[in-house]
Each structure stands twice: as structure tokens, then as C-alpha cells.
Write a protein that binds this ligand. Structure first.
Ligand code: NDP
Length: 245
């Protein structure tokens, strides 16, 4: 399924994105690894075990929309096509609505929503020309329900469903696909970098996060869902939803 395919992963320097990189490499994919921290991307590139010609480390900030057209050209120059885009980069928060500085909402929307929108718009013309391509979007359980202390995170993830469900309808006859992924708690460092009410980094890991599903199991389930053509998949089960509410 993924053998020799070109898969671009955002948020590839850590957590679920890192696990996706390793899992896709095992299945023979060629990879484009993106996030802001180049040293971490280099570490992940090594961990995939892929030869240098099969992996492109492409640091980017998803909020820097001006840069994306050039990045797409870099990928096309290297691999000639883009088969899968795992829109996975994301940040979260820990703050009540009553305390949250408006800048925190701006930041969550910039990274989690406008980032994927801009990357989609940069890549879409090439996928339409190819008549194939698959957007795989890491939303969350919080993209389907409201969760305490995650108001901006929930809003950004809900917005992704609206945008990508509309895109799926638009490209239905163009050979393109969209899969929305809604995990529960996955064991990654995301909670320690959550934004506080003032926009500072939260700085400590949630207990529930530490007890979540291992990221490699999450990645395995994402790839299984993508391979079987699922439009939406829930990973982590309803038992983890209770932790959120
Ligand atoms: P991590 O914190 O481990 O990974 C987040 C990734 O996003 C990092 O690679 C980070 O890299 C990247 N990133 C953050 N901001 C930017 C930016 N501005 N531009 C480019 N890359 C950025 O968290 P997870 O692996 O847990 O999160 C991955 C996705 O899964 C997120 O969208 C998250 O919302 C979602 N998710 C996670 C759940 C969980 O329980 N872990 C549950 C449900 C959904 P860098 O800092 O190098 O830029």
C-alpha cells in the first residue's frame, strides 16, 4: 500500500508524527519529515532506518504560510509527487475560558487550523493534477466533543472537520481522499508543551497523557485506517473519552 509512496508528515519531530514516520518507513514509503526542530527531525530520519535518498528533512513552521509554496516545490523536485500528507502538527492548552488570553486562541487556531489549511492549499493543485492523493488529518476526540480546559483546542479541531469534510465533498470525483483521525489520550509529550491561560508553556506532563496508548500503536491504527479507505477513525476507544469529560 505505502511501498515507494511519498508521504509528507508534519509534526514529525515527536510523538504520533515520529511514530508514523517509523511505521511508514517499515512499509517502504519515502518520507518528507517536517516540524520546526531540525535536530529532532534528523534524529527521526535516522530512526526510520531509511537510506538518505528516501527521506527528506524539511523543517518548517506551519504558521509561515508564505514559505509553503517553496517547500512544496522542494518536495516535488526531490520526489516528483506527493501521495500522502499527514497533517499532524499540533499544540494544545490547559486553561479555563474565563482566564484565557485571546492570544492563546489565536495561536491554537494558527497552528492547528490555519496551518493545515495553508498546506492543503499549497499541495492541492499538484494532487488534482496527479488525480490522486490522500490527506490524513490528526484531529482528536476533542474535535468531536467539548472538553474542559481545551476550549481553543476543541474549536481548532472541530474546525478541521468542517474544512476537510467540505474538501472531501469537493474532490470526491478527482481521485483524492481525506481521512480524519480522532485519537483519545496517546502517550506523547504534548501536554508538557500545552499553552497556559497567559500563553506560557504549561511545562508539566498530564498523568492521563502518560497512561495513554503508545504512539506506535496509534500510528499502526492510523495506517490501517488509511489503507482501508476510512473517512474517519477513532483511536483510543470510548473508555479514554471519559478521562476528557
Ligand atoms: P507532540 O507534542 O509530541 O508533537 C507535536 C508535533 O507538532 C511536534 O513534532 C512539533 O514539532 C510539531 N509542531 C508544533 N507546532 C508546530 C508548528 N508551528 N509548525 C510545525 N510543526 C509544529 O504531540 P502529539 O504527537 O501528541 O501530537 C500530534 C497531533 O496529534 C496533534 O495534532 C495533536 O493535537 C493530536 N492529538 C494528540 C493526542 C494525544 O493524546 N497525544 C490526542 C489527540 C490528538 P516542533 O516543536 O519541532 O515544531
Amino acid at each position: 500500500m505505502f511501498n515507494q509512496k511519498v508521504a509528507w508528515i508534519t509534526g514529525a519531530s515527536s510523538g504520533i508524527g515520529e511514530a508514523l514516520a517509523v511505521a511508514l518507513a517499515r512499509q517502504g514509503a519515502r518520507l518528507v519529515l517536517s516540524a520546526r526542530r531540525e535536530d529532532e527531525l534528523q534524529r527521526v530520519a535516522l530512526a526510520t532506518g531509511l537510506p538518505a535518498e528516501a527521506v527528506l528533512v524539511l523543517p518548517l513552521d506551519v504558521t509561515d504560510a508564505d514559505d509553503l509554496a517553496e517547500k512544496v516545490q522542494t518536495v516535488l523536485a526531490r520526489f516528483g509527487r506527493i501521495d500522502y500528507v499527514f497533517q499532524n502538527a499540533g499544540i494544545t492548552q490547559r486553561s479555563l475560558v474565563q482566564n484565557t488570553d485571546p492570544s492563546v486562541y489565536q495561536r491554537l487556531m494558527a497552528v492547528n487550523f490555519f496551518g493545515p489549511v495553508a498546506l492543503t492549499q499549497a499541495i492541492l493543485p499538484h494532487m488534482l493534477a496527479q488525480k490522486s492523493g490522500h490527506f490524513v488529518v490528526t484531529s482528536s476526540v476533542a474535535g468531536k466533543i467539548g472538553v474542559k480546559q481545551r476550549s481553543g483546542y476543541c474549536a481548532s479541531k472541530h474546525a478541521l472537520h468542517g474544512f476537510f469534510d467540505a474538501l472531501r465533498a469537493e474532490v470526491a470525483n478527482s481521485g483524492l481522499r481525506v481521512t480524519m483521525v480522532c485519537p483519545g489520550y496517546i502517550r506523547t509529550p504534548i501536554s508538557s508543551s500545552a499553552l497556559s491561560a497567559s500563553g506560557e508553556v504549561y511545562g508539566k506532563s498530564d498523568k492521563a497523557q502518560e497512561q495513554g496508548m503508545p504512539a506506535d500503536e496509534c500510528a499502526r491504527r492510523i495506517l490501517k485506517a488509511v489503507a482501508s479507505g476510512r473517512e474517519e477513525v477513532y483511536i483510543g476507544g470510548v473508555e479514554t473519552w471519559g478521562i476528557y469529560l
